[in-house]
Design a protein around this ligand. Structure first.
Ligand code: 1PR
Length: 550
């Protein structure tokens, strides 16, 4: 097998990139010291998280000069995400740390007064020279394809300036801002998106780089049907995984979090078994799921270190599923079976090394938020959210929220934030607040959902997975009031979850709320609808979606 050299200098999910490289027929050689760089013919510089952290690590490790020499020698170089940002002069994210300076501009933060930041999801990379007589593209990029991005800082596009310096540029648009999605000149190629997480479209880009397939003519169908620019509506498939009564890890699904079969013969029935986690994840990937989330819903009782099957599930899934994978359940400080203390950061590291791109924190986030408020809204720096976010970047930290509706007669009857609902309860009460729960909804806390999401945003969470216990498994549609209320309180993206029963519910949540993504579970697991049916429905209804590329 031909080889490519990969520089693994910071924490991150490098496993997916290795899997993607193997998938297109190349083997990885690791660069373990600056001296190794000169042995590289083709070099990939990945990077995720904080610009200053990544660049200082490279600098401290003595890698910057060898990378510069590799590029100057005209050898193939590919930067991914922060690996693209490193080519620029610097970034607003950390003004003290310089980049390689090949491009004399700086990365800027997206404007968060008009949209959620980070920018997370599938967007375009369209050649700016596209059209007219130059219907060509570079490194396998197609105007009809979508690619997976996750970043808060971007190289905002200024028409023509880079092109006049000989760069080929492909851009994407987020809200009102156009930014650089990919860039190439001579032996240099870099993408802001993650090709290893961008399905077949991304694998094509990696393959093109490795095969030095720099320039190609687009076929007429790709030109005529030139894709629409912009962030697509993200549809996520969620697999709740737990051990069943025979000790196997199965995908299950609850009704209001109760996962046992309701049987008249046996009041406490068997754990509902809806299939095998790895097979189901692959099936949803092939149906066009934009992300797959695994929630290990028993791990709050067990130390996840002993929970090796979940790691194996991730390892196996990441070999064939090239979209982002999230893992939740038991991400917290833990004590291993031999009594060793293991930090939440170490637990998360295990999952990242096994192929996860994000971890999702549930109960521990509620406890951390309680401490945050008791300390007068001061950050301790010690919470799972803070430590993982600092090490891996905020995009790697999702907080999964499990709220329950509580009705009151009047807003002044509670010290919590209430809303007036259009769905009064049987007693005619039309005000409610959303109470946070822990341990899979089994324990309620004196905290409302708004308090929780604001606290975790302050701690550095990158995204909220917003469940709703009242709606879970109900097939009655998402809780639109809850979603709008949470969206109004924070700037980070929100994934609407709980209640999806048909494709129309996805259209409804995207039309009536500003949610950034929507998640379904039961309707997919029971085979009532496929993810592709949801995408088709959304597309027919005028929403921009990404369709699966074979
Ligand atoms: O507290 O950090 O260990 O995390 C535990 C995680 O497991 C949390 O994310 C929590 O939401 C989840 N969890 C715990 N118990 C259950 C349960 O069902 N008994 N599942 C559970 C949560 C809810 C959603 C579900 C949507 C969509 N599952 O993930 O997928 O409600 O369902 P639907 O489309 O069928 O309505 P920690």
């Amino acid at each position: 097998m031909p080889t490519v050299h990969l520089l693994d200098y910071v924490a991150g999910n490098i496993r997916s990139l290795v899997n993607a490289i193997n998938q297109v027929g190349y083997e990885v050689e690791w660069i373990k010291s600056p001296d190794d760089v000169k042995n590289a013919e083709k070099l990939i510089l990945p990077g995720v998280g904080h610009f200053g952290h990544c660049l200082s690590q490279l600098n401290k490790g003595g890698y910057l000069e060898p990378i510069r020499q590799h590029i100057d020698a005209g050898k193939p170089f590919m930067g991914i995400c922060v690996g693209l940002q490193a080519l620029f002069q610097g970034s607003e994210e950390d003004t003290d740390v310089p980049g390689l300076g090949l491009i004399p501009t700086r990365m800027r933060q997206f404007n968060d007064s008009t949209k959620s930041v980070p920018h997370i999801g599938w967007n375009s990379a369209m050649n700016t020279h596209f059209g007219g007589s130059t219907e060509r593209s570079f490194y396998g990029l197609r105007p009809t394809s979508k690619y997976y991005y996750v970043h808060s800082y971007a190289a905002l596009y200024e028409s023509g300036s880079l092109e006049s310096d000989g760069w080929s540029v492909a851009t994407a648009t987020y809200g009102e801002e156009e930014f650089i999605g990919a860039i190439a000149r001579d032996n240099i190629f870099a993408t802001q998106f993650h090709p290893e997480k961008s399905g077949q479209a991304g694998l094509r880009v990696i393959r093109a780089f490795l095969n030095s397939d720099k320039d190609h003519l687009l076929s007429p169908d790709m030109v005529v049907g030139k894709g629409e620019d912009g962030l697509t509506r993200r549809v996520i498939a969620c697999l709740d995984v737990r051990t069943n009564d025979s000790g196997d890890l199965v995908v299950t699904k609850g009704d209001q979090y109760d996962v046992r079969e309701k049987s008249e013969m046996d009041a406490g029935g068997q754990v509902r078994n809806l299939g095998k986690p790895v097979d189901m994840a692959k099936k949803y990937y092939e149906q066009g799921a934009d992300e797959v989330t695994f929630l290990n819903i028993t791990s709050f009782r067990n130390c996840p270190l002993a929970d090796t099957p979940m790691l194996e599930i991730l390892r196996r899934t990441s070999e064939t599923v090239f979209v982002p994978l999230t893992i939740g359940g038991g991400i917290k400080d833990a004590v291993d079976t031999d009594g060793t203390h293991v930090s939440a950061l170490d637990v998360a590291t295990m999952y990242f090394k096994s192929g996860a791109d994000k971890v999702s924190i549930g109960s521990d986030a509620v406890f951390a938020a309680e401490d945050y408020y008791s300390a007068g809204e001061k950050l301790s720096g010690q919470t799972a959210i803070e430590t993982i976010s600092n090490a891996y970047g905020k995009q790697a930290v999702v907080v999964s929220v499990d709220p329950k509706r509580v009705y009151v007669d009047r807003p002044e009857h509670t010290h919590h934030h209430t809303l007036k609902t259009v769905h009064p309860n049987a007693a005619g009460q039309s005000y409610c607040w959303y109470q946070c729960t822990v341990k899979g909804g089994r324990e309620t806390r004196d905290m409302d959902v708004r308090q929780l999401v604001q606290a975790v945003e302050a701690m550095g969470a990158g995204e909220i997975l917003l469940n709703c216990i009242d709606k879970d498994g109900s097939n009655s549609g998402f809780d639109l009031e809850l979603i709008n209320d949470v969206k109004a309180a924070i700037k980070i993206p929100v994934i609407a979850s709980s209640g999806a029963g048909n494709p129309g519910h996805f259209a409804e949540v995207f039309r009536k709320t500003t949610t950034d993504a929507a998640l379904g579970a039961g309707m997919f697991h029971r085979g009532e609808y496929t993810v592709s049916q949801v995408k088709d429905y959304l597309q027919a209804d005028g929403f921009l979606v990404r369709q699966f590329e074979a």
